[in-house]
Design a protein around this ligand. Structure first.
Ligand SMILES: [Zn+2]
Length: 380
């Protein structure tokens, strides 16, 4: 009995470790439970670059097998690395939202390859309210297959005042597998974080309005890489995060409206980024100590001298992407020609990651592995 009590105490004093990896605007995040079990959400894009980066993090984390491999949805920047990864590390269990809703595969042959993999390891299709049973964590599915959590989590379910100003978007050009994303709330005791992958703007209203079934979180992974197809105030302000981590690429994410929503989010203390965001320019990017990977110096200098044209304020905090405005992607592409120096669409080779160690008392420490800068967010 004494032994059991001390084992429980030892686990309670260990952190949940989270590793946000630079997939150049794709997604892969590793969660290592105080119990030692691991969950990886997504695998970045096809090719060696992203899988090599994932393997480097798994090694640094001492992870020898992936206990739960969650595929949020089937886009190339999320599942592209799976085939190569499965050859390099044992995967014990697969989790996804069910069949793709897009007839054209972004990774050709993916579904056949994936079916071969889950013939050898169990696969679970999840729905909102399901749990992913990683020992030592409480992981709740809040979105899957464009269905949302209806029964509030403990202590949640209050009306969401941010719904009143919700402006729907034209999502006719949004790839339909995005709102299918498996979205999770992950808790280690009092610490709570959310990862909604590429869940989209209009579906956020279905999840968060009129009542907020989730409550608040400590750390918000900016939905959809910080592009402006996701991350409405109805979602972000209601979640009331202390910290946002953006998994942007140099030229993907960091939308003006994303920053505006974050900067006006009550209680937000810091924004950390996997990349310096070309879209954010000098005004919006946080101080370099919070950024894991930088653009090349010539490009940064050029952007400072020729700021991106889509950086706009004063229209309710929204730049392009507001109803009637041209889609952000078009504007960003057009602006890219003007302010862009000898930059690259992304960089190859190793990359730095952002590590979060979160304790059951709700405190957490974030570390930028590029410069060793570390900051602790105490209990509230
Ligand atoms: Zn994506």
């Amino acid at each position: 009995m004494l032994l059991l009590a001390s084992v429980i105490l030892a686990v309670a004093q260990k952190p949940l470790d989270i590793y946000f990896m630079d997939m150049e605007g794709g997604h892969a995040t590793l969660y290592v439970s105080p119990s030692g079990q691991s969950m990886l959400i997504d695998t970045g894009s096809p090719g060696d670059r992203d899988v090599d980066r994932i393997m480097a993090v798994l090694e640094a984390a001492g992870v020898k097998q992936i206990d739960y491999m969650v595929l949020s949805h089937y886009h190339g920047d999320h599942v592209g690395g799976l085939e190569a990864l499965a050859k390099r590390i044992p995967i014990k269990h697969y989790v996804d939202h069910g069949p793709s809703v897009e007839p054209r595969e972004q990774v050709p042959g993916f579904q056949k390859m994936y079916a071969d993999l889950y013939e050898k390891a169990p696969r679970t299709i999840v729905k909102p309210g399901d749990k992913i049973p990683v020992a030592g964590l409480d992981i709740t599915v809040v979105t899957s297959a464009n269905q949302v959590l209806k029964k509030p989590m403990a202590g949640a379910g209050k009306p969401n005042p941010a719904c009143a100003a919700f402006q729907p978007r034209d999502e006719s050009r949004v790839d339909p597998d995005n709102p299918q994303s498996v979205g999770l709330v992950i808790a280690n005791g009092k610490f709570r974080t959310i990862n909604l992958a590429d869940f989209t703007w209009n579906s956020e209203k279905e999840l968060m309005c009129p009542n907020n079934p989730i409550g608040t979180v400590d750390l918000y992974l900016t939905s959809h890489h910080g592009i402006d197809q996701s991350g409405s105030p109805a979602l972000v302000h209601a979640l009331h995060p202390r910290v946002a981590v953006m998994h942007n690429g140099t030229r993907k994410g960091g939308a003006a409206s994303t920053y505006a929503t974050l900067h006006s989010s009550p209680g937000l203390e810091d924004i950390w980024q996997l990349h310096w965001a070309w879209n954010g320019g000098i005004e919006q990017n946080p101080a370099g100590i919070y950024i894991a990977n930088l653009d090349d110096k010539e490009t940064i200098a050029n952007v400072i001298q020729n700021p991106p044209t889509q950086l706009q304020f004063g229209t309710g905090g929204r730049g392009p992407g507001a109803p009637g405005a041209p889609p952000a992607a078009t504007t960003a592409t057009a602006a890219a020609g003007a302010g862009r120096g000898p930059g690259r669409a992304g960089h190859t080779g190793p990359a730095f990651w952002i590590k979060v160690s979160a304790m059951a008392d709700g405190s957490f420490t974030i570390t930028n592995t590029r410069n060793g800068f570390s900051k602790t967010y105490g209990t509230k």
